[in-house]
Design a protein around this ligand. Structure first.
Ligand code: NAD
Length: 251
């Protein structure tokens, strides 16, 4: 199968690698992202390689219903129906619960969790009608376990870890599959900005002794979005170099 995919958070890090892989595999790609300047730059670069019939960028705030609905309309105008939605946009904030400002709490929950509700409302009715489609969410290993000083991110990604099960149950009868990719620490621009000593420490903490690259996540996104992963649904798939499997017991 190849068709049309909507990717949120598409112009940086994991979303950009995922967009490039779907394009290389022959899919039409709607790249949706909040960052308009970077979006225009990335679009221009990709249009040197791919035709405008197969690729579009739409400025979109995934935490706003109005913005997501406008993006859905632009997607239908450009490509007709949608076969797959990759809910990848996400943000992170530090702090224990009592240290987090209310607006930061709300913004992380809206960007990382409510966004999935909004894109699902926008795109699932047409999938139900056609009785096919796939949805892939970027969760995190931080939704599968706890971290120090990352309370709202743990809460948000933990919600995504269980939301995928509810969506897979509710939409399975329509032939729609819903899965999560749960990245470990991944070498995106944000993570690269850490001091080298911190990056090395993270790498050494995984059994494979390395960090994950955005391309590693993209391959799993593609697998879960395409027919290659049929009949997998409702699953959380860590792509982490094994980072999260250690119990933490002293050696
Ligand atoms: P990134 O910052 O490189 O990319 C995130 C993209 O999302 C950016 O282009 C940003 O503009 C966009 N975005 C942010 N808020 C938005 C909004 N409201 N509406 C639309 N777009 C918005 O980060 P990344 O590391 O590629 O992260 C992608 C996903 O992977 C996130 O959900 C993140 O939580 C998750 N993740 C990342 C790591 C990691 O180590 N990098 C680990 C686990 C999970």
């Amino acid at each position: 199968m190849n068709g049309t995919v909507v990717i949120t958070g598409a112009v940086s890090g994991i979303g950009l690698s995922t967009s490039k892989l779907f394009l290389a595999k022959g899919w039409n790609v709607m790249m949706a992202d909040f960052n308009e300047d970077l979006g225009k730059k990335v679009l221009e670069e990709l249009l040197a390689e791919y035709s405008p019939e197969r690729l579009a960028f739409q400025q979109c705030d995934v935490s706003s219903a109005r913005s997501v609905d406008a993006m859905a309309q632009a997607t239908h105008d450009s490509f007709g129906h949608v076969d797959s939605v990759i809910n990848n946009a996400g943000i992170f904030a530090k702090g224990a619960v009592h240290e987090i400002d209310e607006d930061v709490w709300d913004r992380v929950m809206a960007t990382d969790v409510k966004s999935i509700y909004l894109t699902t409302k926008a795109f699932v009715p047409e999938m139900i009608e056609r009785k096919s489609g796939t949805i892939v969410n970027t969760a995190s290993i931080s939704g599968l376990q706890g971290d120090y000083n990352m309370a709202v991110y743990n809460a948000a990604k933990g919600a995504v870890v269980n939301l995928v099960r509810a969506m897979a149950l509710d939409y399975g009868k329509y032939g729609i599959r819903v899965n999560n990719v749960n990245p470990g620490p991944t070498m995106t621009p944000m993570f690269r900005s850490n001091p080298q000593s911190v990056i090395d420490e993270f790498a050494q903490a995984s059994p494979l002794g390395r960090l994950v690259q955005p391309e590693d996540i993209a391959r799993t996104m593609y697998f879960l979005a395409s027919d290659e992963s049929d009949p997998i649904t409702g699953q959380n798939i860590p792509v982490s170099a094994g980072f999260e499997i250690y119990s933490g017991q002293p050696v």
